[in-house]
Design a protein around this ligand. Structure first.
Ligand code: CO8
Length: 264
C-alpha cells in the first residue's frame, strides 16, 4: 500500500491506521523544510488513499514530539519576502492537514513547542503524555507563531490562554494542557501510543462519510455565523441520508449487529 517516500518521517500502516512518526531525534524532531514537505505529502497520501481510515502523528524518542520549526532555517531567513512566504507555506500545509477527510490524532510525547504545537493544533484530537510540555516560545526568538498558532490556539483554548502562552511564554505540562482544553487526555508515556490507537480505532468503527462531513461542519463552525453553520449541517445531513452507509448503520442497529461501513 505504501507508495510514497518521506525524508524525515516514518510511515507505518496498521489495520487502516497510518502512523506517521518524525525521526529527527538528535534535533528533538524539529521541522526543517523537508519535514514540512513530508507533512504536506502525508496529507495528500491519506486523503486519497481509501485504505487509510485515520491517522496518528507522533515523534520518535522519549524526549520530544516536535520542539518547533528548525531554528537554523528560521535564522537564515533574512528577507521579509522569504519569511512571509515560509509562514504562508506552513499555514497552507497545516490548513490542508486540518481539513483532511480523515480524522487525525496527535500523540504528544515530551516537548511540543512552536511549529510542533502548531501542527498538533491542526490535528483533530491531541493526546499527551505526562512528560509533555506544550508551548509557543517564538516570541523569545523575536518572532511569533507563524504557522496558524495565533489563530488556532485562541479558537481551541480561548484568547486568555493564547495570550498567556504567546505573550508570556507560559508552557503547560500534560495534565495542565488537559485542564485548559489543549488536549483530550493525559496518560503515562508508556501508554501513549496504545491510547492513541484505541481512540483512533473507536473512530474507524464509525461511518467514514459521517465522520468526514461532521469534521467539516465542526471546522466550518469557527468561520461561519450560526445560521450558515446550521444550513451546512442540514445539507450534510441530507447528503448522508442517501448513502449506503446510512442504510447499513440503521439496519445494523435494528438487526442488533455491528455495522460494516463501506464509505459509500
Ligand atoms: N530547531 C533546531 N534545533 C533544535 C530545536 C529547534 N527548534 N530544538 C532543539 N534543537 C536541537 C538543539 O540545537 C540540539 O542540537 P545540538 O545537539 O546539535 O546542539 C538538540 O536539538 C538538543 O536540544 P538541547 O540540547 O537544547 O536540549 P535541552 O534538553 O537542553 O533543551 C529545549 C530542550 C528546551 C526544547 C531546547 O532545545 C529549546 O529551547 N529548543 C527550541 C524551542 C523553540 O524555541 N521552538 C520554537 C522554534 S520557532 C518555531 O517553531 C516557529 C514556527 C513558525 C513556523 C513558520 C515558519 C517556518
Amino acid at each position: 500500500m505504501q507508495d510514497v517516500e518521506f525524508k524525515h518521517f516514518k510511515l507505518e500502516v496498521e489495520d487502516g491506521i497510518a502512523i506517521f512518526t518524525i525521526c529527527r531525534e538528535d534535533k528533538l524532531n524539529a521541522l526543517n523544510p523537508d519535514a514540512w514537505d513530508d507533512i504536506d505529502r502525508f496529507s495528500d497520501y491519506i486523503e486519497k488513499n481509501d485504505g487509510i481510515k485515520a491517522a496518528i502523528i507522533t515523534g520518535s524518542g522519549d524526549k520530544a514530539f516536535i520542539a518547533g520549526a528548525d531554528i537554523g532555517g528560521v535564522a537564515s531567513m533574512d528577507t521579509l519576502a522569504a519569511i512571509h512566504r515560509t509562514s504562508s507555506d506552513t499555514q497552507v500545509v497545516l490548513t490542508k492537514l486540518e481539513n483532511n477527510r480523515k480524522p487525525i490524532v496527535a500523540a504528544i510525547n515530551g516537548y511540543c513547542l512552536g511549529g510542533g504545537f502548531e501542527l498538533a493544533m491542526a490535528c483533530d484530537i491531541r493526546i499527551v503524555s505526562e512528560n509533555a510540555l506544550l508551548g509557543l516560545p517564538e516570541t523569545n526568538l523575536g518572532i511569533l507563531p507563524g504557522a496558524g498558532g495565533t489563530q488556532r490556539l485562541a479558537r481551541i483554548a480561548g484568547i486568555g490562554v493564547a495570550k498567556q502562552m504567546i505573550l508570556m511564554g507560559i508552557q503547560y505540562t500534560g495534565q495542565e494542557a488537559v485542564a485548559r482544553n489543549l488536549a483530550a487526555m493525559c496518560v503515562p508515556q508508556d501508554q501513549l501510543m496504545a491510547t492513541a490507537k484505541k481512540m483512533v480505532v473507536r473512530m474507524t468503527r464509525k461511518g467514514p462519510l459521517g465522520l468526514e462531513f461532521a469534521k467539516k461542519a465542526i471546522n466550518m463552525s469557527l468561520d461561519t455565523d450560526e445560521k450558515t453553520g446550521m444550513y451546512i449541517e442540514r445539507l450534510s445531513f441530507a447528503l448522508l441520508l442517501g448513502t449506503e452507509d446510512k442504510k447499513e448503520g440503521t439496519n445494523a442497529f435494528l438487526e442488533k449487529r455491528h455495522a460494516v461501513f463501506k464509505g459509500r
